[in-house]
Design a protein around this ligand. Sequence first.
Ligand SMILES: Cc1cc2nc3c(=O)[nH]c(=O)nc-3n(C[C@H](O)[C@H](O)[C@H](O)COP(=O)(O)OP(=O)(O)OC[C@H]3O[C@@H](n4cnc5c(N)ncnc54)[C@H](O)[C@@H]3O)c2cc1C
Length: 473
Amino acid sequence: MKIAIIGGGIAGASSAIYLRSLGLSVTLFEKKPFLVSGPPACHLHAGGNLYPDIDDEQRKRLLQESITFLRHYPQAIEKRPTLLAVPKHIELDAQELEKRAELLAKYYKELIEQDSANQVLGDPQHYSLAFSKSQIKRLQSLPTPKVPQNHIEWLIAFSKEVDLERLKFPVLLIQEYGINIFRLSALAHLYLQDAPIYFNTKVVDVKQQDNQFFITFKKEGKIRVRKFDFLINAAGFESGTIDDMLGFKINRLVEFKAAYVAQYKSEHLYPEIIFHGIRGTDRGMAQFTPYSGGYYQLHGMRKDITLFEDGIASSTPTSSQPQLAKKYLEWIENGWPKDVVLHRTNHAIEYLSRYLHDFKNAKPIITPLFGAQQIPGDDLSLRAAEVSFEGENYARCEIVKVSSIFAMLEQIGTRLAKLGVVSQRKLKKQRFFSKQVDEKQIEHLACTIAKARGYPKQMAKLSLAYLVQDRPS
Ligand SMILES: Cc1cc2nc3c(=O)[nH]c(=O)nc-3n(C[C@H](O)[C@H](O)[C@H](O)COP(=O)(O)OP(=O)(O)OC[C@H]3O[C@@H](n4cnc5c(N)ncnc54)[C@H](O)[C@@H]3O)c2cc1C
């Protein structure tokens, strides 16, 4: 059976890695020159702690899916904790968040009891730790360590540099790690080195005839057609264009969003810091995400920072592809106007410095991390989604968070087993993929990809690796 995958984001690239590991014949079409170079992903979301609005079932699903992701892509992970704080002016109960995190810690323990290899977020007793104001204030007299070695040390910079008077307590320290998107991209390339991939190739039409797919694609100005037996639509926010080519009707939303990059002093490592808020209002959540080399990714869940006034579009009865405003499609294809980036990045810096006063001295970097993502259905708060099928041999990837890919792959594998393409025994034996890739190779390629995409190459390194190897004297 010949399988085609349209789109080389994390969904399409991981599908290709997995199906090849099952011995299947896979061809991937990607219109860009790199794999995993669409919208960013910097949080693993192991437990959905950044989303107080989602229910406990969805949080558990995100925790379980993130653990699987961590087990299979460990070299793309930035291991450092996340501090969750609720500002005083936000109507969220910090103690309620503590209780919900305790529930997740219990579930994490259950997952470890089922399979000890699931213990990838440390000791479940330390999954979530709560600190009172007095406990945090006591840390102010300690020297700030360059590289924190334990939970308490991760809190020291926070205790001194964040305006504690603006916060409710407890503050939570959660084992929520980061994803380095450049390293994830490098890993996908290294895993798929000898795979048949058409880069810089846009699929312009798909027709279904006698249960086969005829894919028309354009490469270097030339149009060609190839025939396949099974199609995986992994075109991300453009999945609706493929659905439309085939006449499949489905509801989905598309959201355009952006995070910004700033450079700030880097005498010591910071944890990820989340100042909770109310999405889409001028009190939206502020997120401070450290990368190596003194670079920080900033989100402000307000319409003048991360979100956009007209940034959401939905499918219509006549088209499964939501139509984003033309200017966002152009920004995705050709980049942003510099003045807009500068304005929004400065705004993000100002928003974060309300809590972290010295951060007002951070310098904006003029390449945002941005893009559009699809959300199946019509619920904008949906975070855990995987894949849907049309007929026997068409799979539509619908992930909202990258950690959902393994649940997605499991369903695609089951479908192929049902078609008799792969045996159940093989599926059980070949549980996804996992291969230790040479660190130097990943770092070198990740830096090359970051630079080619216009980002500082230090952002492609892991913070601890950066401090150990490359810290300027
Ligand atoms: C600002 C922002 C921040 C985010 N932060 C996080 C986060 O912290 N954690 C997290 O888990 N998720 C995050 N997300 C969501 C995450 O980025 C997406 O869930 C993920 O990228 C979806 O992966 P995908 O492979 O489905 O789609 P994509 O990554 O969009 O890949 C689709 C690919 O298909 C290609 N393509 C499309 N049409 C065609 C065609 N006709 N022919 C050939 N190729 C085609 C595209 O070029 C693209 O490379 C964030 C999203 C945004 C916008």
